[in-house]
Design a protein around this ligand. Structure first.
Ligand code: DGL
Length: 258
């Protein structure tokens, strides 16, 4: 029994880290589809096909619950995937609700991929709060690639972040929602551009709490009190995959191809 977690690449490690912290006795299998990233500019049909292949692969490796640690894949495919697979599937969506609840300026900014922002589930999510707060969305092409390349703080990343964050600040946003799991690794740069009066909202902890809740409800939680193990897989280039996981997971780990 294991928790299967996947993303278009290594962004979902920001979710996996919180799952590991909250659930130390669970085994985790993480799969990065870096060979096919980014998903954010791809069609819904393509994303659904990739997710179907990956979830089957995770089940074959022993996953009994799957986390789609990717906003783009969640909004594009989660309903169809839940009908296809008999196991619990937890997704991740931009944390608009939390931002709206704490917003004082009347404007919340969302940073996400093009595909997430144009999806019906996101449009509905934004619409739900539009009578109270202005939800300003900003697509951020190029940022996923910067994280995949481990260029977390370089000049190009700083320029792109400023280009995407500044318009939201100009519109008066006092909360910035990270609507893509890769952006968690850019939070230090985003914080510098946004300044001390703007809050950054990341959904990794709520997702980990939801995973714990579902494991409990479904009777899937580990009965062991031994530390859970981790297995990592990537469809990307192996040398880069090793560097990515070592840097973002925070310790040297073995990464296998899938
Ligand atoms: N981490 C994915 C997300 O949360 C990135 C999607 C992409 O590959 O463009 O949306």
């Amino acid at each position: 029994m294991a928790i299967g977690i996947f993303d278009s690449g290594v962004g979902g490690l920001s979710i996996a880290q919180q799952v590991r912290t909250l659930l130390p006795y669970e085994d985790i299998i993480y799969l990065a589809d870096s060979g096919h990233a980014p998903y954010g500019e791809k069609s819904q049909h393509y994303i659904l096909q990739r997710c179907t292949t990956i979830i089957q692969c995770l089940i074959d490796k022993g996953a009994t619950l799957v986390v789609i640690a990717c906003n783009t894949a969640t909004v594009s495919a989660i309903s169809a995937l839940r009908e296809m697979f008999p196991i619990p599937i937890v997704g991740v969506e931009p944390g608009v609700k939390t931002a709206v609840k704490n917003c004082k300026s009347g404007v919340v900014g969302i940073l996400a991929t093009t595909q997430t922002l144009k999806s019906a589930p996101f449009q509905q999510l934004a619409q739900r709060f539009s009578n109270k707060i202005k939800v300003e969305a900003q697509a951020c092409p190029g940022l996923v690639e910067q994280v995949e390349a481990l260029h977390l703080t370089d000049h190009k990343t700083q320029v792109l972040v400023a280009q995407y964050v500044q318009p939201l600040l100009n519109k008066g946003a006092d909360h910035l929602v990270l609507g893509c799991t890769h952006y968690a690794f850019l939070a230090p740069v985003i914080k510098i551009v946004a300044g001390p009066n703007v809050s950054i909202i990341n959904t990794a902890i709520p997702v980990a709490l939801e995973v714990a809740r579902r494991l409990d409800i479904e009777g899937l939680a580990s009965a062991s009190t031994a530390a859970g193990g981790e297995c990592f897989f990537s469809s990307g280039e192996q040398d880069l995959a090793h560097r990515q996981f070592n840097a973002l997971w925070g310790k040297a780990v073995k990464v296998e191809t899938f």
